[in-house]
Ligand binder design. Structure first.
Ligand code: HAM
Length: 410
């Protein structure tokens, strides 16, 4: 038996209905902030993602050579594609641009619960607004989207400058290593690493930064930095808007292109892969040949949100199985069409089954049976049977429609 590729999933109709319902809520929420949907290609030139996204992502990319000998890759994320699209198509549009996307991404990671090789992101990019209000808006949009589906999660917001300032004397490769250890809260590893490069004196400052709960505490550690006002403004807007978050100057992010504010959200009921959203400021447009547009965005890991929400049953409209005696198939098709035209969900028996077998099948899948026998066909009526209560009665089609609609979603 052939199997699906490792790290991918098949979705049955019930699960798809749950996914679509959650996605619809997020779409409604993001539309209320004025964001419009964009769509970029599933694959891009490999270079788009190797320019600035970082080593972690490069190791995980699905890269292939196409028939024209071009190096292509399945997108591991969408931000770089959106930045490219902005440079190609959006530069003359009035700014700021408020864009969102729902897209599958591909990363060759070790699969486990909440970590897949094909996964979906619900993302937002705000391009061309270099302000604390823009940064705060993006955090608030992320929070609104996650709350719109009823997710319980913890939001952490930080800014890279204090940490980068402390690490400015270290060479970039080592900087990245130190930041990675801090991100993982691996303080033992951090101490070892700083010792090896003769920077022991940074240990207290860095660990102190991670536990700061107010911007002033961070400035006491890292001193006056040019980004001070921006940082103060962002957190004052977030506080003023009553956004629930924890300040965290230890957030590093896995991708290399972030330049300022960074934020992440974690759902406590998920295991090791609990990060449900990540984002921040970046400036990719210039690298791709455009202007130096300040940008800020995030991506929600849609699959993790679905795992965290759990398998809540989805209400669905009642389903009517239209059953008919042999020879009355045309009447059955007409009846089903009339039911659908009246807004009722109707399916027909497609197999060579007697009425009894049709009924017992319908009892497993449908809420009502709409039975058409010789008598009903001649009288222009149907017999409607409630498959949950067993009650049945012959009636006009419009009465049947009203009867089905009256029960509402199941
Ligand atoms: P990211 O943190 O790499 O950021 O991914 C965003 C979210 O995608 C993660 O927080 C996680 O929920 C989900 N995710 C990542 N990898 C997997 C996986 N293998 N399986 C399931 N879910 C996964 C970005 O991709 C940035 N482009 C976000 C961004 C947008 N920054 C600015 N704008």
């Amino acid at each position: 038996m052939l199997q699906k590729p490792r790290g991918t999933r098949d979705f049955l109709p019930d699960e798809m209905a749950r996914r679509r319902a959650a996605e619809a809520k997020m779409r409604e929420a993001v539309a209320r902030w004025g964001y419009g949907e964009v769509c970029t290609p599933t694959f891009e030139d490999v270079e788009l993602f190797t320019i600035r996204s970082g080593e972690n992502i490069k190791k995980e990319m699905y890269t292939f050579e196409d028939k024209g000998n071009r190096q292509m890759t399945l997108r591991p994320e969408v931000t770089a594609s959106v930045a490219r699209m902005y440079v190609n198509e959006g530069r003359s549009l009035p700014k700021p641009l408020r864009w969102f996307y729902v897209a599958d991404c591909f990363r060759y990671e070790r699969p486990q619960k909440g970590r897949y090789r094909q996964f979906w992101q619900f993302g937002v990019e705000l391009i061309g607004a270099d302000s604390a209000s823009a940064d705060a808006e993006v955090v608030m949009v992320a929070d609104d989207l996650l709350r719109s589906v009823g997710l319980e999660y913890d939001l952490k917001v930080g800014f890279l400058a204090p940490m980068k300032h402390l690490l400015s004397g270290i060479e970039p490769g080592l900087q990245r290593q130190v930041m990675g250890l801090l991100d993982k809260r691996d303080f033992e590893g951090l101490a070892g690493c700083l010792q090896t490069c003769g920077q022991d004196e940074l240990e207290d400052a860095l660990t102190g930064l991670v536990s700061c709960r107010a911007p002033e505490e961070a400035f006491e550690i890292c001193g006056e930095i040019p980004e001070k006002t921006r940082i103060e403004e962002i957190f004052s807007i977030l506080d003023g808007s009553e956004t629930e978050y924890t300040l965290n100057f230890g957030i590093v992010r896995g991708l290399d292109y972030y330049t300022g504010m960074v934020f992440e959200g974690f759902a406590p009921n998920l295991g090791a892969e609990s990060q449900v959203v990540g984002g921040g400021n970046y400036r990719l447009a210039k690298l791709f040949g455009g202007d130096d547009a300040a940008s800020c965005g995030f991506a929600i890991g849609f699959d993790r949100v679905m795992v965290s929400l759990g398998e809540t049953p989805m209400p669905r409209p009642p389903l009517v199985a239209v059953l008919s005696q042999p020879g009355l198939l045309a009447v059955a098709f007409r009846t089903a069409r009339a039911l659908r035209a009246a807004g009722v969900t109707a399916e027909l028996n497609l197999l060579d089954r007697g009425i009894g077998a049709q009924l017992s099948h319908a009892a497993k899948t449908a809420d009502f049976a709409c039975i058409i026998g010789q008598r009903e066909s001649e009288a222009g009526t149907v017999t409607l049977k409630d498959l949950h209560t067993g009650e049945q009665r012959e009636m006009s089609l419009s009465e049947a429609v009203a009867g089905v609609k009256a029960v509402g979603d199941r």
